[in-house]
Write a protein that binds this ligand. Structure first.
Ligand SMILES: [Cu+2]
Length: 150
């Protein structure tokens, strides 16, 4: 009888370890499946900036790799400046005044923009500059740039 009781305790102990392990691993799963996010660290919507200013790029849930280097779960930053809507997210992003590539893996940039309102949005692209699928886009923010006063 005592042996059976001990066996029952041992079994329930083993079961609770399994349950704890299962709970732990399912929490890990939740953490890993949280969708990646890209965001501006030092700017938010309606901020005012001088004509030359620093923009810091934040990224959660993915890594940064330079353009041309293919590592799963990584990409590099692209900044859309005054881009009317969204570029075609299936093709490599172009490079012009409205789309800046940070293909060395930069996580910040110094911008100089003319006074007035401008929109900024981050897009993470893969080693070939193609936006990730599903897309990893920041909020599109509007900033007001004004001439520095001395
Ligand atoms: Cu690129």
């Amino acid at each position: 009888m005592l042996v059976n009781k001990r066996k029952a305790i041992k079994t329930s102990y083993v079961i609770s370890i399994f349950i704890a392990f299962f709970l732990f691993s399912s929490q890990e799963l939740v953490a890993n499946t949280e969708s990646p996010t890209v965001y501006f660290i030092n700017l938010q919507n309606d901020d005012k900036t001088p004509t030359t200013f620093v923009v810091q790029f934040g990224l959660k849930g993915l890594g940064i790799a330079p353009a041309g280097i293919q590592i799963p779960g990584t990409g590099h930053h692209h900044l859309l400046i005054d881009y009317p809507a969204l570029p075609n997210l299936k093709n490599p992003l172009g490079a012009n005044d409205n789309i800046k590539h940070y293909g060395k893996g930069q996580t910040e940039a110094v911008l100089t923009l003319p006074p007035g309102k401008h929109t900024l949005q981050l897009v993470l692209g893969d080693h070939e500059h193609v936006p990730l699928s599903p897309p990893v886009l920041s909020e599109k923010i509007t900033i007001e740039v004004s001439q520095q006063t001395k």
